[in-house]
Design a protein around this ligand. Structure first.
Ligand code: HEC
Length: 119
């Protein structure tokens, strides 16, 4: 009984990183299509549009800034645009192009770039 419980727990835990990895991979693909022009190929905030922007796109590797945001805030910023979290309107709203699953995947990708579990 004890042993089977332990096995169940191990199996359940084993699934979490796999599911997370799928989400990150999906988020990365979306990021490469929709976000790199401003946030840069590796998310350092150095995309080709930067010279045209009066506000710098977030460097998603910036530990201080990224740990200051909850996943919900990142989600909101992507879905409803920068203005929804009192950031610049230069961060567009993606709710019309991307569904909630896509946006959750993008949040996972950003957390994988920086600051997963407060790292
Ligand atoms: C047209 C350029 C542009 C594109 C394209 C863009 N962003 Fe942004 N983004 C910005 C700018 C500029 C900011 C900074 C806003 C500020 O600091 O006021 C920002 C901020 C953000 C923030 C808020 C970070 C914070 O510090 O609170 C998130 C999250 C974000 N972007 C994610 C994304 C994702 C994901 C995509 C692709 C779906 C994307 N952005 C596409 C320009 C862009």
């Amino acid at each position: 009984m004890k042993k089977s419980l332990l096995m169940a727990a191990t199996l359940a835990l084993g699934c979490i990183p796999l599911a997370y990895a799928d989400d990150v991979a999906r988020g990365e693909k979306l990021y490469n299509v929709y976000c790199v022009q401003c946030h840069g190929l590796s998310g350092h905030g150095d995309g080709v549009n930067v010279p045209a922007l009066s506000v710098q796109p977030r460097n998603h590797h910036d530990t201080a800034e990224m740990t200051a945001r909850s996943d919900e805030e990142l989600f909101k910023a992507v879905k409803h645009g920068g203005k929804s979290i009192n950031k610049s309107v230069l961060m567009p709203a993606w709710g019309g192009n991307l569904d909630d699953d896509d946006i959750h995947a993008l949040v996972s990708h950003m957390r994988n770039l920086c600051c997963r579990n407060g790292e």
